[in-house]
Design a protein around this ligand. Structure first.
Ligand code: SF4
Length: 318
């Protein structure tokens, strides 16, 4: 199935639910061709939390948020190493480190880079960081320290972006990703569904992500957080079928990327794991920054119960 135009992409999101099994069959054959039957599990460590100057409407760490979350600047090296060893002991595919904030001082980046050097020395695990908008010099420091991949989500379409954030622009995000790619970083780039966007915004976002051609594409489904501007968002339309159609479209447009079902999996796709893993080859375990997720054992169980294997990047565990 070749999706070339936005209209063709939109028609996937508009499919009737009774046409979904046929779509899943097609998408599963693509998933199987490029990703086999394995599912990668990622663990996320929040290494800097809260106190962000930005106003992203969905985020509990934003300047608008009234959510009572733990706020801290960079966590201790001990905590990062502890999580790193958890990743290693459980043979998880990658260790993701999330930092709240959009811009960092050179001192902060140097401090974090030193932690990464220690982490990399101890675990050798592939490392992905979510770390705002970096300057060229800062990005070079992190590359040297051993960061393999950087997460920078587009979140939604360019048209809809000002409705969810006005303190930085879509273009700044795209420019930063291009700079990171020029330095040889792998890129993880995805979005959030359920922000109030229209279907065409989802289509536009996935086309923009396709242009970037990232190694990984995390798709989040909004869990409205009390105390954020989106606390009363109506997410009733995020049915399992609709979520699956969005993930199918993502797989069709980015057949070779890791397609990750991130936040919202345990809420919107519970009981649909068999169908879900026909499309995605990657999930998070143990939480998403400020909301909880399934633990590692439970995540492994749902993958196995659905008839899939969990993914180990063995070449990185010599
Ligand atoms: S998503 Fe990132 S940049 Fe936006 S408010 Fe949250 S921590 Fe800040």
């Amino acid at each position: 199935m070749n999706i070339e135009t936005r209209e063709e992409a939109l028609s996937i999101l508009n499919l009737k639910n009774d046409e979904l099994p046929e779509l899943l069959n097609i998408v599963y054959s693509i998933r199987k061709k490029y990703k086999g039957n394995r599912v990668g599990i990622q663990l996320l460590t929040n290494v800097r939390s809260g106190n962000c100057t930005q106003n992203c409407a969905y985020c509990a760490q934003s300047i608008l948020s009234k959510v009572d979350i733990k706020k801290y600047s960079l966590v201790s090296t001990e905590k990062i190493l502890k999580d790193g060893n958890l990743v290693l002991d459980n043979s998880l595919a990658r260790h993701c480190l999330g930092l709240s904030g959009i811009r960092f001082s050179d001192t902060e980046i140097n401090e974090f880079a030193n932690q990464i050097i220690k982490l990399k020395k101890e675990t050798q695990t592939p490392i992905c960081c979510s770390i705002g908008l970096l300057t060229l010099d800062q990005a070079e420091i992190l590359k040297k320290a051993g960061v393999d991949r950087i997460n920078h989500n587009l979140n939604t379409s360019e048209r809809f972006y000002p409705y969810i954030c006005t303190t930085h622009t879509y273009k700044e995000r795209i420019d930063n990703i291009k700079m990171l790619q020029s330095l040889g970083f792998e890129i993880c780039c995805g979005g959030i569904i359920g922000l109030g966007e229209e279907k065409m915004d989802i289509v536009d976002m996935v086309f923009s992500i396709k242009e970037i051609n990232p190694q990984a594409v995390p798709i989040n489904f909004l869990i409205p957080i009390k105390g954020t501007p989106l606390e009363n968002s109506d997410t009733a339309y995020l049915t399992a079928e609709y979520c699956l159609k969005i993930l199918c479209l993502t797989r069709l447009l980015l057949p070779k990327s890791d397609i990750r079902c991130a936040a919202g999996r345990e809420v919107y796709l519970k009981g649909w794991e068999k169908e879900l893993f026909c499309v995605v080859d990657s999930v998070f375990a143990s939480g998403y920054l400020t909301t909880d997720g399934d633990g590692i054992d439970e995540t492994i169980k749902v993958i196995k119960d659905a008839g899939f294997e969990y993914y180990i990047e063995s070449s990185n565990f010599e």
